[in-house]
Design a protein around this ligand. Structure first.
Ligand code: ADP
Length: 261
């Protein structure tokens, strides 16, 4: 079990505090989605949780330990984090990119060990990339590229995966393919935390929802509690029509409109 939590964090950039007084616990072994308007601080919060940004005040904890007292490699053995824009590493094969996930475990000059190869193989298998492993990234479709990044994060063998908008540039079928893949990965015992714009995807695929607005945590809870007309109005200033899906009884937004006075 790996517990990730924040205790009253304030965090931002040189001239601006973005996150204000955020205390939360990311549920272990669940899928949590973070929602909120553009600029509300979602990416900033993910980066703070992954120790890419340091809070000005307050703390982030893994299993009760302040993340800022841990070294980079020990954090990287607990949390794998994928940002919105991953650098395209030209000329490297899929297998070589996935092997980067083993970096936190490398002892200098020792090269990849048996366990590393096994984990790389497993990550390629889970993400359906075995047949593409010799291809270079620039020859793959957007959905395949996204699977390569997820495979690299899986090879890192962490309990927690943090993904910033993992499906934002994909077509509907490939979006679902990635969401089902994340669901499978979650069933294998991993905690997933992601940002997502499509509210219906968030409702369908998440166990827990976090809502940020102007850097403040304004809602948290299971999709059934959070996806109500009142709460979505509060978070996004929209008037939605929410029903329960016949398929799985989860909330489903049929339509929404701007609030008109
Ligand atoms: P979201 O992910 O919800 O769209 P962000 O966390 O990206 O929100 O941004 C929150 C606020 O922080 C915005 O006002 C944005 O302009 C600002 N911000 C984001 N990244 C930086 C940065 N590198 N330097 C300065 N300000 C930033």
């Amino acid at each position: 079990m790996t517990k990730l939590a924040t205790n009253s964090i304030y965090c931002g950039y040189e001239k601006q505090i973005v996150l204000k007084d955020i205390s939360l616990e990311i549920p272990d072994k669940k899928i949590t989605s973070m929602i909120g308007p553009n600029g509300s601080g979602k990416t900033t919060l993910l980066k703070t949780l992954a120790r890419i940004l340091l809070p000005e005040n307050g703390s982030v904890h893994i299993n009760g330990e302040d993340i800022n007292t841990l070294n980079t490699k020990s954090v990287a053995k607990k949390i794998a984090s994928l940002s919105q824009k991953n650098n395209v590493i030209n000329g490297l094969s899929v297998a070589e990119i996935v092997a980067y996930g083993r970096f936190p475990y490398q002892k200098s000059f020792a090269g990849l060990q048996k366990e590393d190869h096994e984990l790389i193989q497993w990550a390629l298998e889970v993400t359906g990339l075995l047949e593409l492993k010799q291809r270079t990234l620039n020859t793959l479709s957007g959905g395949q590229q996204q699977r390569v990044w997820i495979a690299m994060a899986l090879a890192q063998d962490t309990d927690i995966l943090i993904l910033d908008e993992p499906i934002s540039s994909l077509d509907p079928a490939h979006q679902l393919e990635i969401l089902y893949l994340l669901e499978d990965i979650n069933r294998q015992g991993k905690t997933i935390l992601m940002t997502i714009h499509d509210l219906n995807h968030a409702a369908q695929f998440s166990d827990y929802i976090i809502g940020l607005k102007q850097g403040q945590l304004i809602l948290k809870g299971e999709p059934q509690e959070v996806f109500t007309a009142e709460r979505l109005l509060e978070l996004f200033d929209i008037q939605p029509e929410v029903v329960l899906s016949k398929k799985n009884q989860k909330p489903f937004i049929l339509s929404y409109d701007l609030v008109r006075s």
